[in-house]
Write a protein that binds this ligand. Structure first.
Ligand SMILES: C[S@@+](CC[C@H](N)C(=O)[O-])C[C@H]1O[C@@H](n2cnc3c(N)ncnc32)[C@H](O)[C@@H]1O
Length: 255
């Protein structure tokens, strides 16, 4: 639905990454990422997590960062980072090569999520850890005070993602998927960060990008999209929205 190499999309992805990074960093810390760890980040996007990992693992560790479109990952300057253009759905990974593998908001774009999970688990050393984070998008329309236009346009965005073939409830399914794939100590946490709309400018871009498709699909009117975008441009707008919920799930490969 989005063109990752585009500058506007970069701004959207960066805003999204910065919102979730504190959760992701805490979860990676909990997995024991530290000096000497060998890490793989799949679909690293703008590279915020790769930079953090590179710092943590130090010169004795290493980070492999992949993406279908690695344009932004290649801006990460660290001697312990290797970046590859790589499709996690169709290309292989080395077996038993990594202590920790993480991916955030990548699985939802893959046709066969289970096959990708199996490939990632194969790439972990015995005892290695996996962190997978995906949305449950159903919280997107939640807001206060009640706002019919927000509710309609945000709800239509969820419908659009669904119609594009992505699973808008993938987050809530992850725990069962990781357990079913044989991981141990599976631990799930779900987080949303309610925000005043003018304080989450990166999300404005999302409505700018998908707005025309929402109108074209007959879900909403152009006036409704413009009205939502206007809320982002009004510094006094006091509408608080939940946004999507990020479900963060960890597991350990058996020894
Ligand atoms: C929503 S962005 C998330 C970026 C980053 N993980 C984050 O959370 O900040 C999805 C990323 O996954 C990448 N991606 C999608 N399908 C992929 C695939 N099959 N293999 C590798 N990367 C993929 C996209 O290019 C994009 O950078």
């Amino acid at each position: 639905m989005f063109n990752t190499a585009d500058d506007g999309e970069h701004a959207r992805l960066l805003g999204q990454a910065q919102l979730w990074d504190r959760l992701t960093f805490r979860r990676l810390e909990g997995l024991g990422v530290g000096e000497g760890s060998r890490c793989l980040e799949v679909g690293g996007g703008t590279g915020t997590v790769v930079r953090w990992l590179a710092d943590r693992v130090g010169p004795t560790g290493g980070v492999v960062a992949t993406d279908l479109e690695p344009k932004w990952l290649r801006t990460v300057e660290a001697s312990n980072v290797e970046t590859f253009e790589h499709d996690i759905s169709t290309e292989p990974l080395s077996s038993e090569a990594y202590d920790v593998i993480n991916l955030r908001l990548v699985l939802m774009h893959q046709a066969d999520e289970q096959a990708v999970l199996r490939k990632l688990i194969d790439a972990l050393v015995p005892g290695g850890r996996l962190l997978v984070e995906e949305y449950d998008m159903r919280s997107l329309p939640v807001c206060h005070p009640p706002d019919d236009t927000w509710h309609t346009v945000a709800g239509a965005s969820v419908e659009l993602v669904n119609a594009a073939g992505a699973d808008v409830r993938l987050g809530v399914k992850l725990q069962g998927m990781l357990e079913g794939a044989g991981l141990l100590d599976v631990d799930a946490e779900a987080v949303a960060f309610p925000r005043r709309v003018p304080d989450i400018q990166a999300w404005r871009q999302q409505f700018v990008e998908v707005g025309p498709r929402l109108v074209q699909g007959g879900w909403v009117t152009a006036e409704q999209v413009d009205s939502v975008i206007a809320r982002f441009d009004d510094p006094n707008c006091d509408l608080v929205v939940y946004g999507p919920t990020l479900v963060s799930v960890t597991g350990r490969k058996p020894e």
